[in-house]
Design a binder for this molecule. Structure first.
Ligand code: AMP
Length: 220
């Protein structure tokens, strides 16, 4: 089953994708994580991508699409995957349809996470990530058991560079509205969209939502 996580930055896509991955066994493919790993290792791809990411802009399709195509051809993704951060534009969604169609596959489910805007910025500022196993925490909503340390692998947690830069935060939210939000209609038209609200105001967070989605996936 091929699942896409949609939603503005800070909604909890990574957290929900991670929980679904753990329960279903489908790999979580996060384009942001792949870029960050490449930036850390100073690969050619990482150096190029960092020019865009540090400013909160999208990395061009010439770099992003082949990277996703390669990752989807790995053995662990042959029966399904959870795409977290791709597609982000209608063009990328069309490319993804083409990539999957080549092996007789399609997008089966799109989970659209929505969160009130005022909560999103706070969540980005309080997000902490594990540079080693990529787990995501939040100092307020989902703190690690030991302050600043990853629950899974014991690594010291860090703040993403683009989460500590107010201009990059605003730019990412602007790009989401302009380029990514049209995907909601794109996938609604294909009858694969499932929208979920994640908000502290209604006490509905990633754990509850993920559990319901896992039950839904297993019932399919
Ligand atoms: P994320 O971890 O999903 O928030 O992604 C971090 C950054 O990586 C984004 O702000 C973009 O600069 C870049 N990025 C991730 N996925 C894509 C994509 N599908 N297309 C273009 N840029 C991307």
């Amino acid at each position: 089953m091929y699942i896409i996580m949609l939603g503005a930055q800070g909604t909890g896509k990574g957290t929900v994708a991670g929980l679904i991955s753990k329960e279903t066994g489908f790999p979580q493919i996060s384009t942001g994580d792949i870029f960050r790993q490449n930036i850390k290792e100073k690969t050619e791809l990482g150096i190029e991508a960092d020019k865009y990411i540090s400013q909160g802009n999208l990395v061009p399709d010439e770099i992003t699409v082949p990277m996703v195509t390669n990752r989807l051809s790995d053995k662990d993704a042959e029966n399904g995957a959870i795409l977290d951060g791709f597609p982000r534009t209608i063009e990328q969604a069309q490319k993804l349809d083409e990539i999957l169609a080549k092996s007789g596959k399609k997008v089966d489910l799109v989970i659209n996470l929505t969160t009130p805007r005022e909560e999103l910025i706070d969540r980005m500022i309080t997000r902490r990530v594990c540079p080693k196993c990529k787990a995501t925490f939040n100092t307020k909503l989902h703190p690690p058991k030991v302050d600043g340390i990853c629950d899974n692998c014991g690594e010291t947690l860090v703040q993403r560079e683009d989460d500590s830069n107010p201009e990059a935060i605003n730019r990412r939210l602007e790009i989401y509205e302009e380029k990514t939000s049209p995907l909601v209609e794109y996938y609604a038209d294909k009858n694969v969209l499932r929208t979920e609200v994640i908000s502290t105001s209604i006490n509905r967070l990633a754990d509850v939502v993920s559990k319901e989605i896992v039950e839904f996936i297993k019932s399919k």
